[in-house]
Design a protein around this ligand. Structure first.
Ligand SMILES: *Cc1c(COP(=O)(O)O)cnc(C)c1O
Length: 396
């Protein structure tokens, strides 16, 4: 009977294909950059990466990775508590702490793992976690691994958050958790209101700033800088796989005793290899570059504002925000998919997002800007969007 799973899986796969939700991966023939090569050899302008600062193939970052392989090898073939850790990992933890203005930092091989390892050690059944409904899947999974009571509020609905805080008064510890920037709408969490409520009801605040670290805020410290709440956040998780060079790795930052405790108890930290040395070297270089100069974050924000303005003037319905995520609202599912296909044929690589990733009737094309884009790239995109928009009857 058990072997029947294979034929059942085939049926399931056919169902997924039939529903139009099958995720096929494009094979890329080049590094991540403003322009990339697809497997058929065609060149397209890329607007669907989280390469906000354009550092994924920056020569100095690549050079740092190569030097670090030479000096430190590929890795320790062990977890940190058994065989020890390398100096560069401690350096990276110190530099992330310095950059984010937090006391201490612990590294994980991804932010998915960071979120998987943060709740369970700190909160048991006597505690409560209060979560925005649009939080990232890794937060949802991390919360599932822990016994704390769960509360969920409507996206950015501060009245509902307050209700949750009132309902959870009996809990020992309470933690409000939110994404700093939400990936589908590109909006920034209302951190001042969240921190005020946390203070009023004696709760802790955790922000996952994966889509913000490196470019949001005047010096790129993230949504916590944008909203001037750096001193009011208890736990901050983020990724090195987006703005900070696009490779991989994640971290949790917070007060010294909290981070020290996580080193003793966080399972993905204790039982999984840490970040490979070349990546550590690359992220150290990225942090040096962006602490020396705000040019990268200024450039991506200038690009985002230019694109938003051009698209709004062209007549498109854009969700406005202060991030480099620009959702172009198409609403109808089939039109959004068709539009993304036609744009790709024009050399503009964007993705249409439909239900269940976004609500029914809220289909959109998400455009992500990068400091790697030039004005030429942006003008090409606005031109092609306008052309296809007219063809499909979205624009008059
Ligand atoms: C991308 C993302 C993650 C996952 O980061 P990885 O380092 O790739 O695992 C976690 N949380 C949020 C909010 C993200 O956007």
């Amino acid at each position: 009977m058990s072997k029947r799973i294979y034929s059942d899986l085939k049926t399931e796969l056919d169902n997924i294909r039939g529903s139009g939700m099958y995720k096929s991966e494009r094979i890329l023939g080049s590094p991540q950059s403003a322009e990339i090569t697809l497997s058929d050899g065609s060149k397209v302008i890329n607007f669907c990466a989280n390469n906000y600062l354009g550092l994924a193939n920056h020569p100095e970052v690549e050079k740092a990775a190569k030097i670090t392989i030479g000096d430190w090898g590929m890795g320790l073939a062990s977890v940190r508590f058994i065989c020890g850790t390398q100096k560069i990992h401690k350096e990276l933890e110190a530099k992330v702490s310095q950059f984010l203005g937090m006391e201490d930092t612990i590294l994980f091989s991804s932010c998915f793992d960071a979120n998987g390892g943060v709740f369970e050690p700190l909160l048991d059944e006597d505690s409560a976690i209060i979560s925005d409904e649009l939080n990232h899947a890794s937060i949802i999974d991390g919360v599932r691994l822990c016994k704390a009571k769960r509360f969920r509020y409507k996206h950015s609905d501060m009245a509902e958050l307050e209700q949750c805080l009132k309902q959870s008064q009996v809990s020992k510890y309470r933690l409000i958790v939110t994404d700093g920037v939400f990936s589908m709408d590109g909006d920034i969490a209302n951190l001042p209101a969240i921190c005020d409520l946390a203070e009023k009801y004696d709760a802790l605040v955790m922000v996952d700033d994966s889509h913000a670290t490196g470019y949001i805020g005047d010096t790129g410290r993230g949504s916590i800088e944008y909203h001037h709440v750096q001193d009011r956040i208890d736990i901050l998780t983020t990724t090195f796989g987006k703005a900070l060079g696009g490779s991989s790795g994640g971290s949790i930052s917070g007060k010294g005793e909290l981070i020290e405790f996580l080193r003793q108890r966080s399972r993905p930290y204790i039982f999984s290899n840490t970040i490979a040395p070349p990546i550590v070297g690359a992220v150290l270089k990225v942090l040096d570059l962006i602490m020396e100069s705000t040019n990268f974050r200024n450039h991506v924000m200038t690009n985002a504002n230019y694109f938003r303005k051009g698209m709004t003037e062209a007549g498109f319905d854009i969700i406005q925000s202060d991030t480099a995520i620009v959702p172009v609202m198409i609403y109808d599912e089939q039109t959004a998919v068709k539009m993304a296909d036609k744009l790709l044929a024009e050399g503009i690589y964007v993705i249409g997002f439909t239900y269940p990733v976004v609500a029914v009737g809220k289909a959109r094309i998400r455009v992500q800007l990068s400091a790697a884009h030039s004005l030429y790239h942006l003008d090409r995109a606005i031109h092609s969007f306008t052309k296809i928009g007219k063809e499909l009857g979205i624009l008059k």
